[in-house]
Design a protein around this ligand. Structure first.
Ligand code: ZN
Ligand code: ZN
Length: 351
């Protein structure tokens, strides 16, 4: 029975352009039941240098950084770096130079909000990823709360509901992003799909009203990442951090939208009788091989192989599926027409 831990990824504090202190952020994480938070202040690991990488109550703080230039595209999350890594020097470097440096320093890179479009309403330009010649990155954002909501706002003409009921108006992952991600799988490029919130708790004015977009405790209830571990999360901080980052790097996790329904204990595995692998894993079946799927409550499930839909139906609680062809298999689950769970792929190779 795997162990499932929920976290929020891509969060800004007042150490860069976010408005909240680490204390405020971690208090919100405790309140909303997050097991971990991955901080990503721009071009700084200050929270780690100041010794704040530790358990804060029931939530683990993991300090990454977002390497970004001023109003430039190609933002890269850098995770797993030592606290004294010279990340400020990477600001403004080419996308490939950033990824290479992060790997060299012992961390790994995640392409952030690749299809961000921004919104003129708040004067936010596009920070999309534009350099697709790069290699060596381990992950890519497949859904970002802030990119999603800004696009909703850009088209909105209906008053304050877009803020007061923001979770009801999100559109979910962009088709172009998922298409690119599937293409990578098909080409044998292993890239873990991350859920981002890119939350700053920014102060904005919308139709004359002052807003916070979004209070951390609200954002933490939206796009989450559930890492799947074989052992309970260690109490020791360094071990716990290594376990979470290891799972994230390998793609042993799923992305969920939990504002309306808890997604914990979703499971997705492949087995050939001798071996069982989870998300992010690779199976070389010698004989017949099956996928096992368990959903927390009834939902519509789409099974996708190498980007092509294989089947779609309502699943009550679990399902076994015979695998007839090699490929990268992943799952999307929907409730009330809205995306609820996105698994990372399991890679089934021809023997
Ligand atoms: Zn960014
Ligand atoms: Zn950011």
């Amino acid at each position: 029975m795997p162990y499932d831990y929920r976290g929020a990824i891509h969060v800004h504090s007042s150490f860069s352009d976010g408005t909240g202190s680490i204390d405020e952020i971690m208090q919100a994480a405790n309140e909303t039941g997050l097991d971990f938070v991955v901080l990503s202040d721009h071009n700084t690991l200050r929270a780690a240098a100041e010794g704040l990488e530790r358990w804060h109550g029931s939530s683990l703080l993991i300090v990454g950084t977002e390497i970004s230039g001023d109003r430039a595209p190609n933002h890269c999350l850098a995770l797993g770096l030592p606290a004294d890594a010279p990340v400020a020097d990477l600001k403004g470097k080419s996308a490939q130079a950033v990824i290479d440096a992060v790997n060299r320093l012992g961390g790994f890179g995640v392409i952030a909000h690749p299809d961000h479009a921004g919104t003129e309403r708040f004067g936010i330009p596009s920070y999309a990823w534009t350099d697709w010649t790069v290699n060596g990155f381990s992950g890519m954002g497949i859904w970002d709360l802030m990119s999603d909501w800004q696009e909703v706002v850009e088209d909105w003409t209906g008053g304050m509901e877009v803020y007061d009921q923001f979770a009801r108006h999100l559109r979910g992952p962009k088709e172009a992003t998922l298409k690119r991600w599937d293409e990578m799988s098909r080409n044998g490029v292993r890239v873990a799909g991350f859920g981002e919130i890119d939350n700053h708790a920014a102060k904005r004015t919308y139709e004359g009203r002052e807003l916070i977009v979004f209070p951390y405790a609200e954002a933490f209830k939206t796009v989450t990442n559930h890492v799947v571990l074989d052992q309970p999360l260690p109490k020791d901080y360094a071990q716990a951090k290594a376990a979470v980052l290891g799972a994230l790097k390998q793609g042993r996790f799923y992305v969920a939208f939990e504002y309306f329904d808890d997604a914990a204990d979703f499971q997705f595995e492949a087995s050939d009788g001798d071996h069982t692998v989870g998300m992010g894993g690779e199976l070389h079946p010698t004989e017949d091989c099956e996928l096992f799927l368990q959903v927390p409550s009834p939902c519509i499930v789409k099974m996708i192989c190498d980007g092509d839909p294989l089947w779609e139906e309502e699943v009550e609680s679990d399902r076994l599926l015979e695998i007839e062809q090699p490929g990268s298999y992943r799952v999307e689950a929907y409730r009330d027409g809205m995306i609820w769970i996105l698994s990372n792929p399991i890679h089934v190779k021809a023997e």
